[in-house]
Design a binder for this molecule. Structure first.
Ligand code: PHB
Length: 388
């Protein structure tokens, strides 16, 4: 009796294990790791919403397999991102890792992508060097050098000769500072000082006082998505605009997610970036309307578009490889060319980095709401960080 029970238990176990593998083979798993809590939660919220919208619009079956989206909160701590990525690869056997809200989170995971041969789609982080940290990284966000160089070309042609830079003191900020400054000097402009603020909970006040004393034509700023509102508030409180100092920067500071709540101080600010919610194309209008409808009126920002396009890259690669993984899936991501809500977009097969338009935009009131209105376009911009 006992023996028979034991045998059938073993058989059941085998059956369950077999069913498990059959199930795994029928599923295409996407491990989406994002900061869902803490100071960068807006990035997680935007990307998750965009990924779910993409799935709602394109179905949850691809390449003959059922898509399973596994969303995990890394609280923007690199050691947590790495541990979650490991669990997703080893236990869940995900086909692809995705997300990565900040540069340190992407860099902490890149070695694991290499070791496990798991494609890693970076949807947010934007330091140039990330794609070089692993041959399995594919990026659908942008790079800071792309945006910063465009601004350093625009500014000196528009009455801004003397600039002070103020950036968050980590990867993307250092990229923004370096590429803005080098290009500004090349164009005959001046950079009076380069200031760096802590990445987390920065107090801008002492830095802004210093900028006032230096009296530049403009202050060039990069802070990560989510931190722009605090910067704007302190810029206004210190009377910088009234002192005649213009605010310019990469589009991270006039983030569509929070732009409307920034008030008058944001009005007129000129930035360079790859995406505006007011980008004038039928595809973008459709994207924004569907995103707002699905998310109680939330306006999509550049993080959302990085997530949406990242899902597109993953879905198409899954189609090509019939739900594959490893190098085959990676190769099917390389060289994809398509229309994104941001405009034309290309994944350079050599660098695995994004090539897209960079727009110069000015914050304006449209229908009572603040938008980044694009007025000039640089087409097909490759990452300048890769050619040096
Ligand atoms: C990054 O950490 O790479 C990062 C985060 C937010 C941004 C841009 C870059 O807005």
């Amino acid at each position: 009796m006992q023996k028979r029970f034991f045998l059938s238990a073993v058989a059941l176990g085998l059956l369950a294990a077999h069913a498990g593998t059959a199930l795994a083979q029928d599923t295409f798993k996407i491990g989406l790791i994002l900061p869902m809590t803490g100071p960068f939660a807006s990035t997680g919220k935007q990307i998750e919403a965009a990924a779910r919208l993409y799935m709602a619009q394109n179905g949850d079956t691809v390449g003959g397999k059922k898509v399973e989206l596994i969303v995990k909160d890394d609280t923007s701590a690199p050691d947590v991102t790495k541990r979650i990525a490991q669990e997703l690869v080893v236990n869940d056997k995900v086909n692809v890792l995705a997300g990565f809200g900040l540069t340190p989170l992407a860099l902490a995971t890149a070695p694991l992508a290499t070791q496990s041969k798991t494609p890693m789609v970076v949807m947010a982080a934007a330091t140039s060097s990330i794609t070089q940290a692993s041959p399995y990284v594919v990026r659908t966000s942008f790079t800071l050098p792309q945006a910063a160089v465009a601004m350093a070309d625009w500014a000196p042609n528009n009455g801004i000769k003397k600039v002070v830079t103020l950036v968050s003191d980590y990867g993307p900020g250092i990229d923004a500072e370096k590429f803005f400054k080098d290009r500004m000097l090349f164009n005959g402009g001046q950079v009076l000082d380069t200031l760096r603020v802590p990445m987390r909970n920065p107090d801008f006040a002492p830095f802004l006082q210093k900028v006032r004393d230096l009296k530049p034509d403009a202050l060039f700023v990069f802070v990560p998505s989510g931190a722009g509102a605090a910067l704007m508030k302190q810029f206004a409180e210190r009377g910088m605009d009234k002192a005649g100092i213009k605010l310019i920067g990469t589009g991270d500071i006039t983030d569509d997610d929070i732009l409307n709540s920034m008030g008058d101080v944001a009005n007129g600010v000129v930035t360079s970036h790859h995406y505006s919610a007011s980008h004038n194309s039928p595809l973008n209008k459709k994207f924004v309307a569907a995103f707002e409808k699905a998310n109680a009126g939330l306006r999509p920002n550049f993080m959302a578009v990085g997530g949406y396009d990242g899902m597109r890259v993953i879905y198409e690669a899954a189609k090509t490889t019939k739900g594959g993984n490893g190098e085959a899936l990676l190769n099917a991501m390389k060289g994809q060319l398509f229309e994104s809500p941001r405009g034309p977009m290309f994944i350079d097969a050599q660098t695995r980095d994004v090539v897209h338009n960079i727009y110069i935009r000015k914050v304006e009131k449209v229908g009572g709401q603040l938008f980044n209105q694009e007025f000039s376009t640089l087409t097909d911009v490759k990452d300048p960080g890769k050619t040096k």
